[in-house]
Design a binder for this molecule. Structure first.
Ligand code: 1PW
Length: 215
């Protein structure tokens, strides 16, 4: 009965977390963003050990951000907007090469932000897929359109290999634990616009401050 005390995973709850990310004036709460990512990591881990090199990096980035949130300057890290302002005003961001601040909040969050685009593209493909669609193809197409452009060859190669080991569409739906394929499609239809909004707000903020290429 060991499993009965464990919270049952459902992708619906994970995606709901992203809906909590936005404040009334459309700022993005770092805490909920990071919690959403924790859920995604659990999801990746339940897809098999081949995904662990991917989730390990996400875990590492999550921890960096949590340390900022819980640190003495945590009040500046409540929203992505306040973090950007604080780190830029205090010259806490390496803008051209990694040097004094190799693990700034801004550059760390940018990596998760880029990965969120991958997730968005992938889930959108999954939403509109048919029974015989291949998850590996959907996943690598989404990756090539987004995150791959920021990865070195060796990472692209490893990611590509991991994708081929992805379970098929039905197993994927089962792991999501949302219900019938129709319920999955409906859930994704509701969740994706929210993820997209969080992504776009972050993207515009980073673009405005010229931070999209942080080393
Ligand atoms: C099936 C659902 C998948 C959605 C989650 C996507 C997670 C993407 C994480 C990819 C990580 C690949 C391995 C790590 C690469 C790092 O070098 C890279 N990190 C990311 C998140 O792209 C860049 O970080 P770095 O090296 O500049 O600190």
């Amino acid at each position: 009965m060991a499993n009965s005390v464990e919270e049952k995973f459902s992708l619906r709850e994970v995606l709901d977390t992203f809906s909590l990310c936005l404040s009334e004036n459309k700022e993005v709460y770092v805490q909920h963003y990071v919690e959403g990512w924790r859920g995604l990591v659990r999801f990746m881990n339940s897809l098999g050990s081949v995904f662990s090199f991917i989730s390990k990096d996400a875990v590492n980035k999550i921890e960096i951000l949590v340390n900022f949130l819980n640190g003495e300057n945590g009040a500046h890290y409540v929203t992505i907007q306040s973090m950007v302002k604080y780190e830029l005003d205090n010259e806490l961001v390496d803008l051209t090469r990694r040097d004094k601040h190799p693990e700034s909040g801004c550059r760390t969050l940018l990596r998760l932000h880029r990965a969120l685009r991958w997730l968005e593209l992938f889930l959108e493909r999954l939403r509109t897929s048919s029974e015989d669609s291949k998850t590996s193809v959907m996943c690598s197409e989404a990756y090539n359109e987004s995150l791959a452009q920021h990865h070195a060859w060796i990472i692209r190669k490893a990611a590509g290999t991991a994708f081929w080991a992805l379970p098929g569409r039905q197993t994927f739906f089962d792991v999501m634990n949302v219900g019938t394929p129709e319920q999955v499609v409906a859930m994704l239809g509701n969740a994706l616009p929210l993820i997209s909004e969080v992504y776009n707000i972050t993207e515009n903020l980073y673009a405005q401050h010229d931070l999209l290429q942080l080393p």
